[in-house]
Design a protein around this ligand. Structure first.
Ligand code: NAD
Length: 496
């Protein structure tokens, strides 16, 4: 068994920018500190890309695209290279997982069993898909042939958050690269290390210089420079609604580039009086909000429960929450790790205070210290929440469940939809009719019935309303990294 604490002390992560196939410091030498949320200590100083570095990365990506070295290479070549990248991710599973755990606070067990294998699966899935998607021949008049083909867009800027750094990066870079685009990835400033290692593995796999660049840096500097760059054809963004909307402004004020947004959520679990298995529901609800310490965009942060089962269900949810092992991300037994930063920790604790001031009953809600100096909050439940209150409406992004009591399915769906967000929802019922009717009526990009968080690359993921309009995953993502081209070929009259 690996001693993860020892392994963490001997880690020497790559901290420089990856531009044009080379790791280099920022042009002005600037760096920022990346802190381990498990103990609040410095892991490393990472190069901070400025406008100059982002410009160099984008120009290198554009030149690589124009050269055709990747964009016009045989699909099977791209397939082989991306398959090799997926293999390399698994061959380097322990190092990648350790970087993810130390930088983001995910438990090492999750990083090894979930984050790295999932990200590798996404890369492999898109690699395998490249030679299985067909273009179209339109039903044109006899005198012509009309082809509708997908072509790569050019340079894709991918801007990602800190909650699932590897998984979310893979959702974006894999389909974009598979289609032949060049990519500039801007990781979140809290979690740049696994992205830089991914860059190294991509080079090793044979992705040509310039085709995949990684530019860590501060959002308002590096993220903005990418968003405003005239040679970027598309921004694919996951993060907060405010910053996502900022990217629409950057696009409007620069070259009108495409912008795909995956934003936040306040996903409801509806539990109706006829729910068959309250133990299963309690487990789905507790894991749905406490996994990754609640820092999941589609985390089930609202429980909308019928009054007939409220007490029985809540007791079980609290019991599951208490049974989860909250601790040091570097211990293999840990099930719930840290909040990702001190700032996010303060935000979660502020919401605990708001819940109290809004009259909710707070169960849990305290900072705890399994490792001194780390950012940990115990699983927390707010009961008696008015769905219109701040804790009913605002995304907390922490291990905090807001519970609202209702009567019947109709009220439950109305309350569930009374939210600016629409990322995901779940309904627990034994009636097939109620399940179908509720699933149709819920305004959310994903609806689960008698389950929560079943997910895979095979289905699209994204939101309605303020949760954004982009879709990651599935074959649909290939469309979002390509443009349709129509080619008309005049055939003349019908004689040969
Ligand atoms: P964030 O919006 O602060 O940051 C996301 C990215 O944008 C980071 O790379 C950051 O550096 C960059 N950025 C920040 N300010 C910027 C600016 N002014 N200009 C350009 N770029 C800027 O979000 P976060 O705090 O990292 O992540 C948490 C948020 O992400 C939550 O709201 C969560 O719900 C959302 N999220 C959504 C999904 C989804 O798929 N819908 C998935 C994960 C997280």
């Amino acid at each position: 068994m690996t001693n993860w604490h020892e392994a963490a002390t001997s880690l020497r992560p790559e901290t420089r920018l990856l531009i044009d196939g080379e790791f280099r410091p920022a042009a002005d030498g600037a760096t920022f500190d990346t802190i381990a949320p498990r103990d609040g200590r410095l892991i490393a100083s990472v190069s901070a890309a400025s406008d100059i570095d982002v410009d160099a990365a984008v120009r290198s990506a554009a030149a690589a695209f124009e050269s055709g070295v990747w964009s016009r290479s045989d699909r099977r070549h791209r397939q082989r290279v991306l398959l090799r990248l997926a293999e390399l991710m698994l061959e380097n599973l322990d190092e990648l997982a350790l970087l993810e755990a130390i930088d983001s606070g995910h438990p090492i067990g999750d990083a090894r069993r979930v984050d790295v294998p999932n990200a590798a699966r996404v890369v492999r899935w898109y690699a395998e898909a490249i030679d299985k998607v067909y273009d179209e021949v339109a039903p044109a008049p006899e005198s012509a042939l009309a082809l509708v083909t997908r072509e790569a867009l050019g340079v894709v800027g991918a801007v990602v958050p800190w909650n699932y750094p590897l998984i979310i990066s893979s959702w974006k870079i894999a389909p974009a690269l598979a289609m032949g685009n060049s990519v500039v990835l801007k990781p979140a400033e809290l979690t740049s290390l696994s992205a830089l290692m991914l860059g190294r593995l991509a080079l090793e796999a044979g992705i040509p210089p310039g085709v995949f660049n990684v530019v860590p840096g501060l959002g308002p500097v590096a993220g903005q420079a990418l968003g405003r760059h005239p040679l970027v054809d598309k921004i694919t963004f996951t993060g907060s609604p405010a910053v996502g909307r900022g990217f629409m402004t950057y696009a409007g004020e620069s070259n009108g580039k495409q912008v795909a947004l995956e934003l936040g959520g306040k996903s409801p679990h509806i539990v109706l009086a006829d729910a068959e298995d309250l133990d299963a529901a309690a487990s789905g609800i507790a894991w749905g909000i406490f996994y990754n310490a609640g820092q999941t965009c589609h985390g089930g942060s609202r429980l909308i429960v019928d009054e007939a089962v409220h007490d029985e269900l809540l007791e079980r949810v609290v019991a599951v929450g208490r049974s989860l092992v909250l601790g040091d991300p570097l211990d293999e037994a840990t099930q719930i790790g840290t909040i990702a930063s001190e700032r996010q920790l303060e935000r979660v604790l502020d919401y605990v205070a708001i819940a109290r001031s809004e009259g909710a009953t707070v169960i849990g809600g305290d900072r705890v210290s399994p490792v001194e100096g780390g950012y940990y909050v115990e699983p927390t439940v707010f009961d008696g929440v008015d769905n219109r209150s701040r804790i009913g409406q605002e995304e907390i992004f922490g291990p905090a469940l807001a519970v609202t009591t209702v009567r019947g399915a109709e009220e439950a769906v109305r309350v569930a939809n009374d939210s600016p967000y629409g990322l995901a929802a779940a309904v627990w019922t034994s009636s097939v009719t109620t399940a179908h009717r509720s699933a149709r009526a819920l305004r959310a990009g994903t609806v689960w019935v008698n389950a929560f968080d079943i997910a895979d690359v095979i289905t699209p993921f994204g939101g309605f309303k303020a949760s954004g309009s982009g879709r990651d995953r599935s074959l649909h993502a290939l469309d979002s990294y390509s443009a349709l081209k129509t080619t008309w070929i005049h055939l003349g009259d019908d004689r040969l």
